[in-house]
Design a protein around this ligand. Sequence first.
Ligand code: GUN
Ligand code: FE
Length: 430
Amino acid sequence: MNTNKNFILKGEIAFSLNEKEIQTYHEGYVVCKEGICLGAFPDLPEEYKYFPLIDCGNHLIIPGMTDLHVHAPQYTYRGIGMDLELLEWLNQHTFPEEAKYADTAYASKAYSYFAEDLRRCFTTRAVIFATLHNQSTINLMDQLEATGMITYVGRVNMDRNGGEKLQEESAEVSLQGTREWLDTIQGKYKNTFPIITPRFIPSCTDALMQGLGKLSEERNLRIQSHLSENKAEIAWVKDLVPSSSCYANAYEMFHTLGDNNRPAIMAHCVYSDEKEIAILKKHGTFVAHCPESNMNLSSGIAPVRKFLEDGLQVGLGTDVAAGSSMNLIKTMLCTLQASKMYYRLVDTNVKALTFEEVFYLATRGGGKYFGNVGTFQNGFEFDAVVIDDSKMHSMRNMSIRERLERMVYNDSDCIIMDKYVKGKQIYYHE
Ligand code: GUN
Ligand code: FE
């Protein structure tokens, strides 16, 4: 285990310069000083010669990835019940499972699986939904803090349409519970931050949404939710908030879209049109693109190319359990494949995303939500993953770019060797 504060990793380095370009260095160096990256170099600059050097040999060294949208309580039933669409899936699988998190012992065990597996995957930062239960959510936050990952965690708000077992009695009960949760964790964590989490408009009355908008402003907290995932959901929102001009406008009316300093995350945005995109842009909202979930629940394909061209902030989300795994490499592959099908089947004017663009989304695109995160340029927080891809035998002498692409199209034989978050090693392969 590397416990140095200042050190150098040497190996096969790749990171995004921008949306279109990946920089690679064969036998290159990436320098960490007190959690901050001082840059990556083809030759080691003189001034860092005395930093301890960790030689990673032929392993790939890439920036850590950000999962902008994942449900911790859904982790243990991932990959089950996937023949349904969103609203039926929520009622039949999700809500009954999440209701079990009223039992803190059950939650503690299930969250231990989630936290441990999150520590072992490509993800270094994540934005997470818990459930509406305070004790269980605090248990999750305790366990995440212990991993060394940097995360936002939301105690979920729901005061309608959750059935008998997963619904708070009133907007005031939900708001009071949220305030108590925030007061209990005040000052408790270094790397685990609270985020206000109305599940989605169908789960929250107008009074609750208004109260959460106000609470987020008062306490300077960010908000996460779901937006325009499924056609039946969108029609329902129009019925529930008839004065809204679109789904995003409903969030806007309740002051739950934040602004550039306090950006919201909206998961999915599959059916966001020009009007909705303009609203998201105005508020600096991050879109969490969750392509595997959108395919599993037959939701649709989000127009990510359009979002990028319009200057929206976009990152990737696994959306477990509608997505089947926390492996962002798989999400990258789904992003590529979904965008190719969007081009072929929906609109041939919208070109498929390139590998460079999708690598950027997984690292820097989502990393931006956490500030200077997601690449190896000078001044960025040092999040890195070291990967052994040697089991993927090849007869070719491949470039680093080719090795990365192959890793994404066939991840099964890659081993994560080391993982660093803000300069701290939080995982190594035994
Ligand atoms: N919309 C509201 N809740 C959920 C959820 O748990 N998963 C997904 N995919 N969409 C949602
Ligand atoms: Fe979700």
